[in-house]
Design a protein around this ligand. Structure first.
Ligand code: FE2
Length: 201
């Protein structure tokens, strides 16, 4: 049988374990202050995972980042990823998230925090086309698709390389679509002394 190799693919992790929010955590999120963002609104705080009231979510997120970096990426222990900014997103009726990526970050994450399951999915987009042609396919798969989307599941976390383009279509429900996002950066020793690429950060 021929070997099919997903050459240089992007590793997106849909965490199998879902986080169960406590009543206090739900309260804190509902009462958080929000300000204008493009197409939607974002929390006034850009460090929500440092809030003592959300420490349970922070512990859960840190554990999933470790699984991603150690089990999937096989990152050496001389470096670690740490969370830089973390914030809440809120898309009310007719609001949306425009196409974007997360510069100055290595790995990003999004956790869905709305119990109503009929909100629009997060969509990830291929930055470089597989072929410079608009071909028609009998079915879509990870090799030919230019877009892949994930329905929001309450308490589910998705980790993805920060360079991946993504967006969310207009919220056609009357309920707020709330999610938590975060960015990370690397700490430790990277590069190689002999190659003159060594860097301690
Ligand atoms: Fe994003």
């Amino acid at each position: 049988m021929s070997s099919i190799i997903p050459l240089f693919s992007s590793a997106l992790m849909v965490c199998s374990e879902k986080y169960t929010l406590s009543a206090d955590e739900k309260d804190w999120i509902i009462n958080a202050g929000f300000g204008e963002n493009t197409g939607n609104s974002k929390s006034n705080s850009d460090a929500v995972l440092r809030e003592p009231q959300l420490s349970g979510i922070n512990t859960f997120v840190q554990r999933q980042i470790k699984t991603y970096t150690q089990s999937l990426l096989k990152l050496e222990k001389s470096v670690e990823l740490y969370i830089t900014q973390s914030w809440l997103n809120k898309a009310e009726a007719e609001q949306f998230h425009p196409l974007h990526s997360h510069p100055n970050s290595i790995l990003s994450g999004v956790m869905f925090l709305s119990e109503n399951g009929s909100h629009p999915p997060i969509r990830f987009h291929r930055a470089n086309p597989l072929f410079p042609l608009e071909l028609k396919y009998t079915e879509l798969n990870d090799f030919n698709a230019t877009c892949r989307w994930f329905e929001p599941v309450y308490g589910q976390l998705i980790l993805f390389p920060s360079t991946l383009l993504h967006d969310v279509a207009q919220n056609k429900t009357d309920n707020s679509r709330i999610s938590l996002s975060f960015n990370t950066f690397v700490r430790g020793e990277i590069g190689n002394t002999d190659s003159l690429t060594a860097l301690k950060i």
